[in-house]
Design a protein around this ligand. Sequence first.
Ligand code: PMP
Ligand code: GLN
Length: 413
Amino acid sequence: LPKRYEGSEKSVWVEYIQLALEYKPLNLGQGFPDYPAPKYVIDALSEVASGENYMIHQYTRGFGHPRLVAALSKLYSKLIGREINPQTEILTTLGAYEALFSAITGHVDDGDEVIIIEPFFDCYEPMVKYAGGVPRFIPLRMKNASEGLPSSADWVLDQKELESLFNSKTKMIILNTPNNPLGKVFTEKELTQISDLCKKWNVLCISDEVYEWIVYKPNKHIRIATLPGMWERTITIGSAGKTFSVTGWKLGWAYGPANLMVNLQMIHQNCVYTGCTPVQEATAIAFEKELKRFGSDECYFVSIAQELLPKRDYMTQFLRDVGMKPIVPEGGYFMIADWSPLESEVDLTSETDRYKDYRFTKWMTKNIGLQGIPPTAFYSTPNKHLAESLVRYCFIKKDENLEKAAEILQKWK
Ligand code: PMP
Ligand code: GLN
């Protein structure tokens, strides 16, 4: 095995999806909705697929289907406050995964350092290593508990520690807001601190914003590309899977200045070349519809967070009721909870995994019938100990299934 692949042999997704198939627990593991996506989105795909235009089933423009890049340009020009060129400043990809891969591989050279904020979506680390880069990690740390319920806002970067990671070898920082798995939504002040360091050290920012529309009031999603001097050095990534609750469509995109985007286009043209045409056409139709009702309560970009808020609050309550300590997320559809108060009721010796959260989640899947994800998967090896007493649950699920999860936990306790 080439050295740069070492350590990435195992994937929490491969392992836990297999486990779910085998034991059939109530699945609050991998993040996807278990109820229908908006009807008009599904109708768009079915009309595109069965319509008169049979050419929609053939290859489309490699860097992005024209109708989709036009819609993305319209939307993000408005949000970023500058004209985004659909030909040169946008790339559509096979999921946000490919956008991340192209952005990282297209820029990181041997020995370049890449700053990753923990907990992080797990593919960042292997992608940086595949490109020959050196990941440098910095964990968000829980500051002294504020009043009321602990929230993802209590998890912050230490400014001195962050500064100490930047040096002349730093090529990029990967930001994820709203964050998976914590749900943290970075504030303007936090983003300004990051952007000041990026400008000082001439560093690129890859901003993974796949949960951009899932932010709970009064929190606000701020695109780091809108901060002064940041457009020039930021590549922002989105996902149709998260935007329209169709994770199986595996359509993503990246946008940023043309001189950076050429590097992503290069990777894309040689590894993938072109994406799925009908899925891009249907997504364009969905964006066109949302653009027409942008900002209104009916707009899905507004209603999705409203739809998820009671689910978030319900989960917070039932986890507390059984004695766990949930961290209320400001965005996204995952919740981190501390399960250690229940440790005496779990048989952690029945599994052989090195980290306790793996043993806890496997034991729960097999014996209690409820699946969550072990958060040490979102930490570098030296920092995994920070997450061993935690579990991640997904709450973009039918109320009925969240109620079942609550029942399963109550029955066990
Ligand atoms: N980034 C984050 C933070 C995610 O949670 C996901 C979820 N899969 C992705 C990227 C990848 O998205 P996609 O399914 O569009 O490839
Ligand atoms: N983003 C989703 C999650 O975090 C899906 C992960 C994946 O498909 N690898 O659960």
